[in-house]
Design a protein around this ligand. Structure first.
Ligand code: SF4
Length: 170
């Protein structure tokens, strides 16, 4: 494993330990495999660091031929929408299996997918509204959130600035 992949793997582990700490004794927490709300409401198609794109591409290459075809078609459809300026404000991730409501590349999903329901940025500009609602119903529950800004800086240190979807696939 090259150094960037190892650092990415270490970052996955750190994120997972924060996720488990938050989830412990909170069986109401909605963010888990099977919840696909954010996967259906992306602000834009995925923008990932180079090492994350490499991991995603490797995972897609391991899908069945049929699934690869579906993903390819959805990628092409999004590229057309980007070129035409017709992207929806709620983009469905091309890696989502919509009928199952599950990520096709879950074990290789991007860092943003791992952190979204558990880490917040100072600005709170990326935050799950479902979780926000659940949390506001439990004002006495002291949640120690992960720091999304720190994770964002870590991934940039590991693999540089995010590469836009159309640049990666263009
Ligand atoms: S990569 Fe997977 S977990 Fe992330 S938004 Fe897409 S479908 Fe959801």
């Amino acid at each position: 494993m090259d150094e960037r992949r190892q650092l990415l793997h270490d970052l996955d582990d750190r994120i997972e330990s924060r996720v488990q700490a938050i989830r412990a004794e909170r069986d109401w927490w909605p963010c888990q495999r099977g919840c696909d709300h954010c996967c259906r409401h992306l602000a834009h198609p995925p923008e990932l660091s180079a090492v994350e794109w490499e991991r995603v591409d490797a995972a897609v290459a391991l899908l069945s031929t049929t699934e690869q075809m579906v993903v390819k078609q959805r990628i092409e459809h999004l590229l057309e929408q980007i070129a035409d300026g017709t992207l929806s404000s709620a983009v469905v991730c091309p890696f989502l299996n919509e009928s199952e409501g599950a990520c096709r590349i879950y074990d290789s999903r991007p860092i943003a997918c791992r952190t979204y329901g558990f880490f917040v940025a100072r600005s709170h500009d990326q935050y799950c509204k479902q979780i926000e609602g659940e949390v506001s119903d439990r004002p006495d529950d002291l949640i120690i959130w992960g720091n999304a800004d720190a994770i964002s800086n870590d991934i940039k240190r590991i693999s540089g600035e995010p590469i836009p979807f159309d640049v990666h696939y263009g």
